[in-house]
Design a protein around this ligand. Structure first.
Ligand code: PMP
Length: 385
């Protein structure tokens, strides 16, 4: 029998995070800082709205683009938060999580051979998504010395005649780096002069701790060449509901909608009703979670630095990204030994790309108590190496 698997799929490496979860699952008394999701339940009023919609028999497909009331809510949210104007009729598509939004956006714009500049370190799905579209991911280093931001110099150095798309995510998973509106302005000339499309994954925007949250498309020069990706998973603790969205200029949206309607038809209906409620009446719950994450971030990052692990203060998302280069072992070995010998699960930074090397991703979306216990265990491990 021949090998039926496509060459494209065979080329994609398996997730580097999985291996650590598999080891952790076999062990007892493990504190996991490996997870990438909030440790809260979805706010009750959001769950109730979903239950109500089921009771009322709202169980059919919605329009391909999503419920108009939800698209109007998204449009209102973006206008209020960033002064952006998106037409709910033609410029917003509700998707099955930001994951689907990323996939269909990339598939709609990448042709074989196109290079996609990826702000590195990056969310693990990006390079695989690009490769599934037969594109070539090209890392753009976002370094600790620059606060893990995307700088004009770094971007310029990575551009080639084949560059078509710039894919970035701020606040960043895994580094916690954040771009301000001025930071986006600083790269806008390069994006325009090189005729690039920007795909900006802003799923962690609500989790910005100091200063104003920023959206790339609020920069006038970028608005017409940006696909904004966002969702409900992080801000409203709704990872299991699988609901997100993308916004883009009409012509691009029409192309993306073709892919969406053939692969998904519409996002889950119950979740769309929940998302309407989240935008309308869950801002307080979101702010409460952000307040708690901020406290944990401060405790955890100070604790790590005291323990001897140099850690940049992240300004967004819920990850700390300590630097382990001074210990003379790789981030994989550090993570594996920390797990096996001291029962703390973290993710090696190199899983997220070349610029993640010599770092560890530690999620602080866990209780303060667990965070402090983890810091104690990390300190013990450091004293041994
Ligand atoms: N983008 C980033 C940067 C993420 O970290 C995640 C989830 N970990 C996603 C997208 C996917 O989000 P969703 O649950 O909306 O599919």
């Amino acid at each position: 029998m021949r090998d039926f698997r496509s060459k494209r799929v065979c080329r994609i490496p398996p997730s580097g995070i999985r291996r650590f979860f598999d080891i952790a699952q076999e062990m007892e008394d493990v504190i996991s800082l490996g997870v990438g999701e909030p440790d809260y339940d979805t706010p009750w009023n959001v769950r109730e709205a979903a239950i109500r919609s089921i009771e009322q028999g709202q169980t059919a497909y919605t329009s391909n683009s999503g419920l108009m009331q939800l698209r109007q809510g998204i449009s209102g949210y973006l206008s209020e938060s960033y002064g952006e104007t998106y037409d709910p009729k033609s410029e917003i598509i509700v998707t099955t999580g930001a994951s689907e939004a990323l996939d269909i956006a990339i598939r709609s714009v990448v042709d074989p051979g196109d290079e996609v500049l990826v702000a590195d370190p990056s969310y693990i799905a990006y390079c695989s998504n690009v490769m599934l579209s037969c594109g070539t991911p090209v890392p753009v280093p976002c370094l600790e010395k620059d606060g893990f931001k995307l700088t004009p110099d770094s971007l310029m150095e990575s551009i080639t005649p084949k560059s078509k798309v710039l894919l970035c995510n701020f606040p960043n998973n895994p580094s916690g780096g954040v771009m301000t509106k001025d930071d986006y302005k600083a790269i806008s000339d390069i994006v325009v002069d090189n005729d690039l499309l920007l795909i900006s994954d802003e799923i962690y925007n609500e989790l910005t701790y100091e200063g104003e949250k920023a959206s790339a498309a609020s920069v006038d020069e970028l608005r017409g060449r940006t696909i904004t990706i966002n969702g409900f998973s992080k801000a409203y603790s709704m990872t299991g509901w699988r609901v997100g969205y993308l916004c883009a200029p009409e012509e691009l949206c029409r192309a993306i909608l073709k892919v969406h309607q053939y692969v998904m038809l519409s996002a889950p209906t119950t979740s769309q009703y929940a998302a309407i409620e989240a935008l309308k009446n869950a801002a307080d719950s979101c702010h409460e979670m952000v307040r708690e994450y901020r406290i944990r971030r401060n405790l955890f990052v100070k604790g790590l630095n005291r323990a001897g692990l140099r850690t940049h203060m992240p300004n967004g998302a819920f990850y700390a990204f300590p630097n382990i280069s001074e210990f003379g072992i790789s981030d994989e070995e550090f993570a594996e030994r920390l797990l096996k010998e001291h029962h703390v699960a973290v993710v090696p930074g190199s899983v997220f790309g070349t610029s993640g090397k010599n770092h560890l991703r530690c999620s602080y979306a866990v209780s303060r108590e667990d965070l402090m216990t983890a810091v104690g265990r990390i300190e013990e491990f450091i004293s041994e190496i």
